[in-house]
Design a binder for this molecule. Structure first.
Ligand SMILES: [Zn+2]
Length: 315
C-alpha cells in the first residue's frame, strides 16, 4: 500500500512538473509569437510613419515653391526690385537643383492655386485665400506631437488622426548604419566646425526678414573649412548662384542628393565620382550670406528633408 501511494505521489509529481514545463513552453512560445507580432506591427508603423512624414515634407516644399512665386510678385508690386530679384534667384536655384535630380519643375509648381480660381471666385474670397497663403510654408516641428494628446484629439476629430499621429518616432527614421557608404550620414565638416547654427524648417529669413522655410541646415563653419562628401556619389552640379553662392550637388543612391552651398572654393566638377569623406570644397561666405557658414541640404526624390536626422557619422 505504501508503495502504491509512493508511486502515485511520484507519478503525480512527474505529471505536474511535466505540465508545468509544458505550460512554461507554451508561455514562451506565445511570448515569442507576441514579440514577432509586435515587431511586425512596429515595422508597418515605421513604414507608414515614414511615408506620411515624407508626404508632409513634400507638401511643405510644394507650398514653399508657390510661396516663392507669390512673394516675388508681391515685391514687384510693392516696387521692391532688390527683394524681388533675391526671390527670383532662389527660384532659379530650385530649378537648377530639381533639373539635375531629374525632377524638373514646371510653371505649374510655382502657380498660386488661389490665382487659378481667381476668375471664378469673388475678389474678397481670393484675398482671404491669398493672405492665408502668405502664412505658409509652415513646417511641423518634429517630435512635438505628444502621444496622449494625439490619441485624445483623434477621438474627437477622427479625420485628423493621420497627420497628428505621425512623426513620433523620428529617431527610428534615422539611418544608423555608419558602414553604409551610400546613405548621406556623414557630417560634411570636421567636428570642430560642425555646430548647427540654423536648423531645418520655418525660420526668420536672415536677409528678407520674414518667415520662410529653410530647406537645409547651416553649420557655423569658419572660412575655408574642409568640406566632405556625405556619401559615395557623383557630382551633378558645381556652379555659382547669386543666392547660394558656389554650390555643389552630389547624387547618391536611392534618390538621395546632397547640396553644399556658400562655398569659398570647389575642388570637384560635374561628372566627378566621389567617395564618402572625400574633400570636395572649402566652406565660405559666397552668395547672399550673412556670415561664413555651410548651408547643407539632403533631398530625397527632389524633396528637401531634415539633414539633422541623418548626421550620425563624424570623420
Ligand atoms: Zn541655410
Amino acid at each position: 500500500m505504501k508503495n502504491i501511494t509512493a508511486i502515485t505521489v511520484l507519478a503525480l509529481t512527474i505529471f505536474c512538473s511535466l505540465s508545468t514545463f509544458a505550460q512554461e513552453d507554451k508561455d514562451k512560445l506565445s511570448d515569442f509569437e507576441r514579440y514577432k507580432l509586435r515587431q511586425r506591427q512596429n515595422l508597418e508603423e515605421f513604414v507608414q510613419n515614414r511615408e506620411a512624414h515624407l508626404k508632409r515634407l513634400e507638401q511643405d516644399y510644394k507650398n514653399y515653391l508657390k510661396g516663392l512665386s507669390s512673394l516675388q510678385a508681391e515685391y514687384e508690386k510693392n516696387d521692391e526690385p532688390e527683394k524681388a530679384e533675391m526671390v527670383k534667384d532662389m527660384i532659379e536655384y530650385e530649378k537648377t537643383i530639381r533639373k539635375n535630380t531629374n525632377h524638373e519643375l514646371t510653371d505649374e509648381d510655382f502657380e498660386d492655386d488661389s490665382e487659378k480660381d481667381k476668375a471664378k471666385i469673388q475678389p474678397a474670397k481670393v484675398k482671404t485665400a491669398k493672405s492665408e497663403e502668405k502664412g505658409k510654408p509652415k513646417v511641423e516641428k518634429q517630435k512635438k506631437v505628444e502621444k496622449p494628446n494625439a490619441s485624445k484629439s483623434s477621438k474627437e476629430k477622427p479625420e485628423k488622426q493621420e497627420p497628428e499621429t505621425i512623426i513620433e518616432n523620428v529617431e527610428e527614421l534615422t539611418p544608423k548604419n555608419d558602414a553604409d557608404p551610400y546613405t548621406p550620414n556623414l557630417v560634411p565638416l570636421p567636428e570642430s566646425a560642425s555646430r548647427i547654427t540654423s536648423p531645418f524648417g520655418t525660420r526668420m529669413h536672415p536677409v528678407l526678414k520674414r518667415e520662410m522655410k529653410h530647406n537645409g541646415v547651416d553649420f557655423g563653419s569658419p572660412m575655408n573649412t574642409k568640406t566632405y562628401a556625405a556619401a559615395n556619389g557623383r557630382v551633378t552640379v558645381a556652379q555659382y548662384s547669386k543666392s547660394f553662392g558656389n554650390f555643389i550637388m552630389i547624387e547618391h543612391e536611392n534618390g538621395y542628393v546632397t547640396v553644399y552651398a556658400h562655398l569659398e572654393s570647389m575642388s570637384v566638377k560635374p561628372g566627378d565620382v566621389v567617395k564618402k569623406g572625400d574633400e570636395i570644397a572649402l566652406s565660405g561666405n559666397t552668395g547672399r550670406s550673412t556670415g561664413p557658414h555651410l548651408h547643407y541640404e539632403i533631398r530625397l526624390d527632389g524633396t528637401p528633408i531634415d539633414p539633422d536626422d541623418y548626421l550620425t557619422q563624424q570623420l
